[in-house]
Write a protein that binds this ligand. Sequence first.
Ligand code: HEC
Length: 203
Amino acid sequence: MKDYKYLLISAVLVFIFSACINKQGPVYQPSEAENERIIPKGEAIAMSLIKTLKGEVKQAIDSNGVVAAISVCNDKAIPLTSEIENISGKNISIKRTSFKFRNPVNEPDEFETAALNHFEKMIASGSPIPAHYTQKVVLNGDTSYYYYKPMKMEALCLLCHGTKETVPPSVQSILSELYPADKATGYEAGDFRGLIRVKMNEI
Ligand code: HEC
């Protein structure tokens, strides 16, 4: 009987202790003053990635067709992202992420999952897609600021991310070969696709 009592007390203590740890982070809502610096900086960097990628894909489709344009997304998206990181300043990291990812390197981590859930929750409640979301992450004493910009599907995107009606069979067969576990299809125009995540160590 005595043993049970100790067991129960230990279980309660462990529960309280872990609840306290969870409460302390490492993810916080940035203050208003921090958001005033995070939002314009993150937005400018995210926009510059969108412009570059969309421009390259459009140009490739116009000059050589959709099949040829797959290589822009497949080979060039990551180097183009690094290029924008380098010109955007020190310690900037940019990633595109989605619950329905095509390339497994874009799978969301725990912070990105929380951000994606925020957007999904808003959309499910019938609210318009929020313009952005921010986080302050403190890990091992290092602080980072995360800016998230949502991406919506447009007609252009549906050539490679849409349904059987919009993705040409020649494109589908290459995508299936390159990405056997592809989750990034079946979209319609206006759908929430995922997030551009800009991580900044200085704001
Ligand atoms: C020509 C085909 C093509 C078009 C058009 C296209 N994509 Fe993609 N997309 C891809 C490929 C291929 C990948 C995988 C890239 C990689 O391997 O890193 C990808 C990856 C992505 C990712 C990264 C997350 C993931 O699923 O891995 C996002 C976000 C994305 N596309 C959004 C868009 C949006 C928004 C548009 C329209 C503006 C668009 N795409 C148009 C082929 C395309």
